[in-house]
Design a protein around this ligand. Structure first.
Ligand code: HEC
Length: 146
């Protein structure tokens, strides 16, 4: 009983911290070019951040982003999170089969449910993906294509 109370307290504290973190991220992010992600997409973004972001964000020199820059030559954004042409089926295909030096992901790494969440995240409206207003305008204008 006592343990349950303590656990409950810890969970409540953790939830408070998480909420503050989201709030803080939302507050600081507009300057950094990002915005909060709606709760329904949070899991997809978390899984994406863990497994896909290491190769697919807009930091310089990432394998996935560089390869897609070469592949599409600016016709499509090189950063997956900035694409509006992906479908859940396309995402599933590449994640389960791999391509070039992107290895296939096993279900023990990314489960079917998590993959569905990634698919939902990558096909959500751009403004729901945590991209800040300035960056959003840049992407829509065709800007750097990143
Ligand atoms: C080790 C680096 C790496 C990781 C990790 C990685 N990818 Fe990739 N990904 C690549 C590379 C490289 C390519 C492009 C290959 C090519 O066609 O030249 C690619 C291509 C893709 C494509 C095809 C896009 C297109 O239009 O051709 C999709 C979709 C994709 N990745 C999704 C994902 C998702 C979702 C994850 C996370 C589950 C992920 N990738 C993790 C390296 C990676």
């Amino acid at each position: 009983m006592r343990l349950a109370l303590i656990t409950g307290g810890v969970l409540a504290a953790a939830a408070t911290i998480a909420t503050c973190g989201a709030w803080a991220a939302g507050q600081t992010s507009s300057a950094a070019g990002s915005a909060p992600v709606p709760a329904r997409l949070a899991e997809g973004k978390a899984v994406y951040d863990k497994w896909c972001a290491p190769c697919h964000t807009d930091s310089a020199g990432l394998a996935g982003t560089l390869a897609l820059q070469t592949k599409y030559k600016g016709e499509k954004p090189a950063v997956l999170e900035h694409r509006t042409d992906l479908t859940p089926e396309i995402v599933n295909y590449y994640v389960r089969n791999g391509v070039a030096w992107m290895a296939p992901f096993r279900k023990t790494e990314v489960s079917d449910a998590q993959l569905a969440a990634i698919g939902e995240y990558l096909t959500a409206p751009l403004e729901d993906r945590g991209i800040g207003p300035a960056r959003l305008a840049e992407i829509r204008a065709g800007g750097t294509g990143q």
